[in-house]
Design a binder for this molecule. Structure first.
Ligand code: BGC
Length: 471
C-alpha cells in the first residue's frame, strides 16, 4: 500500500470514529420516542416525570455543549471525544439499571452531557482534520450518522416492541420492564465502539500547534495527508495563523473583536434557524403526527415512523454529494424554500383530513431539511469561526442549537393545542422564509477555501457574505 492509500485509510478511520459521535447523537434522540410509553407504565410515572426524563437529555446536552469549548481548548479534541464516549457508556448503563425516575433522569442528563460535548467536538475535529476539498463532505458524513442513528433507534424500538408481551401481542417473549431497558440500553454497543475507537484517533493538528506542539502536529499531518508537500504546506498555514493570534479567552475575544462577534452571532442564528424549521417536532412526535393524519393502527405508526427515519437518511446523501460541488448557500436556500412550502401544505392537508397528502408533504419536508439545513448548518458553523475563537464560537452555536431545541420541542405541543396546526405550521414556514433571506444576505459561501483564508478575510473587515469569495 503506498502512502496516498495509507493516508486515505487513516483519514477514513478518523472521520468514521468522529462520525460515530453523530450516530450516538441520533440513537439517543430516537430511542425515547417509544420507550417513554413503556417506562411510564412500568414505573407508574406521571406525565410530568416523563417530560422531565425526556428533557433531561436536552438540558444536559445544552450544558455539555457549553462546557465543551473549555474542554476542547484546554485538554484537546481527542480527550474531549474520549470523555464524551465514556459518558455515553455510563449513561446507557445507568438507563439499563435504573429502577426509578431519579436514576433515569440522572442517566439521561449524563447522556445529554455526552451528546452536548460530542455534538460540539466531532464537527470541530472533522473540520480541522479533513482535507479542505472534502471538508464539507466529511462534516456532512457526521449529519448522515445522526440520521442513521435516529433510524436505527426507530427500527430497534420497533423490533423490541414486537418482542414485548402485551394484550395486543400475547406471543411476546419479554416483559415491559425488560423491553424499555433494551431500547434504552441498545446505544451501549456503539458507545463502546466509539470509546475504544476514540483512543486510537490522532489529536487535531490545529489544536496541537495552538498549544505549541508543532512536532506532533507534523507527525499527524504526515499520516493523514496524501503527500509530504501537502502536509508541510498545511502545517505552515496553521502555524502562521496561530502565530498571528495570541491565546486569549473566548469571551474577552468576543467582547473586544467586532469581527469575531459577527461570526459568533451568525453561528447562533444559523442554529436557531435550523431548529425553527420544526424538524424535531417531527422527530420526537412523529407517531402522534401520523395518528393525527388519520392513520391510527400501531402498524401504520411504526411503518410511518421508520419511513420518516429512512427518508431523513437517504436525503442526506444529496447533501453529501453536492455540498462540495454546488456549495453550501444554494443548497441551504433551496431547502428553506421547499420546507416553507411543504409546512404550509402539511397544515392544509391535515385540515382537509387528506392523510396521504399530508404524510407525503411531511416526507418532502424531511427530505428538504435533510439535504439542506440538517447537515449544512453544522458544516457552516464549524467553518466560519476564526481559529483563536473557534472553540468559543462553536460552543455558542451548539449551545444555541440545544437550547432552542429544548424550548421549541417543549412548547410545540402546547402551541398546537392553543393555536392549532395551521397557525403553528405557518409560523414555522414564515421562520424558514426569514432564514432564507438571512442566509442570502449574511451567510458566506465556504466551499473549497481554507479555514485560514476565511479567517484572514474576516479580520480584514470583509462582509460575512463575501468571506469565501476567491479574488
Ligand atoms: C439537528 C437535530 C435533528 C437532526 C435530525 C440535526 O442536524 O441538529 O436537532 O434531530 O438533525 O436529523
Amino acid at each position: 500500500m503506498n502512502h496516498t492509500q495509507k493516508s486515505a485509510k487513516s483519514i477514513l478511520f478518523v472521520c468514521l470514529m468522529a462520525a460515530l459521535a453523530g450516530l450516538l447523537f441520533g440513537i439517543d434522540t430516537g430511542v425515547i420516542a417509544q420507550a417513554k410509553e413503556y417506562i411510564a407504565k412500568d414505573l407508574s410515572l406521571t406525565d410530568a416525570q416523563i417530560s422531565i426524563i425526556v428533557s433531561a437529555l436536552l438540558g444536559g446536552a445544552a450544558f455539555g455543549a457549553l462546557s465543551a469549548g473549555f474542554l476542547t481548548r484546554n485538554f484537546g479534541r481527542k480527550k474531549s471525544l474520549i470523555s464524551s464516549s465514556f459518558l455515553f457508556c455510563i449513561g446507557a448503563i445507568g438507563c439499563i439499571l435504573a429502577n426509578d425516575a431519579s436514576i433515569l433522569i440522572i442517566s439521561r442528563v449524563l447522556l445529554g452531557l455526552a451528546i452536548g460535548v460530542a455534538s460540539f467536538t466531532a464537527p470541530l475535529y472533522l473540520s480541522e482534520i479533513a482535507p479542505k476539498n472534502i471538508r464539507g463532505t466529511m462534516i456532512t458524513l457526521y449529519q448522515l450518522m445522526i440520521t442513521i442513528g435516529i433510524l436505527v433507534a426507530f427500527l430497534s424500538n420497533w423490533g423490541v416492541v414486537s418482542l414485548t408481551h402485551s394484550q395486543e401481542n400475547p406471543e411476546g417473549i419479554i416483559d415491559m420492564a425488560t423491553s424499555w431497558r433494551c431500547m434504552m440500553g441498545m446505544p451501549l454497543i456503539p458507545a463502546a465502539i466509539f470509546f475504544f475507537g476514540s483512543l486510537l484517533i490522532p489529536e487535531s493538528p490545529r489544536w496541537l500547534v495552538s498549544v505549541g506542539k508543532e512536532a506532533e502536529a507534523k507527525t499527524v499531518l504526515q499520516k493523514i495527508r496524501a503527500s509530504e508537500q501537502e502536509s508541510i504546506a498545511e502545517l505552515t498555514e496553521i502555524t502562521e495563523t496561530v502565530k498571528n493570534s495570541v491565546r486569549i479567552n473566548g469571551l474577552s475575544y468576543f467582547i473586544n473583536n467586532k469581527f469575531f462577534r459577527k461570526t459568533v452571532i451568525l453561528g447562533m442564528l444559523l442554529q436557531l434557524s435550523q431548529q425553527l424549521t420544526g424538524i424535531n417536532v417531527i422527530m420526537y412526535y412523529g407517531p402522534e403526527i401520523i395518528r393525527s393524519t388519520g392513520f391510527d393502527s400501531d402498524f401504520a405508526v411504526n411503518i410511518g415512523t421508520v419511513l420518516i427515519g429512512l427518508t431523513n437518511v437517504l436525503a442526506t446523501f444529496i447533501a453529501i454529494y453536492f455540498v462540495d460541488k454546488w456549495g453550501r448557500k444554494p443548497i441551504l436556500m433551496l431547502g428553506y424554500v421547499l420546507m416553507a412550502i411543504s409546512l404550509v401544505l402539511v397544515a392544509i392537508f391535515m385540515n382537509l383530513q387528506m392523510g396521504y397528502a399530508a404524510i407525503a408533504f411531511v416526507l418532502i419536508f424531511v427530505i428538504s431539511f435533510a439535504f439542506s439545513a440538517g447537515p449544512l448548518i453544522w458544516v457552516l458553523c464549524s467553518e466560519v469561526q476564526p481559529l483563536q475563537g473557534r472553540d468559543f464560537g462553536i460552543t455558542c452555536s451548539t449551545g444555541a442549537n440545544w437550547l432552542s431545541n429544548m424550548v421549541i420541542s417543549g412548547s410545540v405541543l402546547a402551541a398546537l393545542a392553543s393555536f392549532g396546526s395551521v397557525v403553528v405550521m405557518c409560523f414555522l414556514a414564515a421562520c424558514c422564509i426569514v432564514s432564507l433571506i438571512g442566509v442570502y444576505f449574511f451567510c458566506p459561501e465556504t466551499k473549497g477555501v481554507s479555514l485560514e483564508y476565511i479567517e484572514k478575510r474576516l479580520m480584514a473587515g470583509i462582509p460575512l457574505r463575501k468571506l469565501g469569495e476567491l479574488k
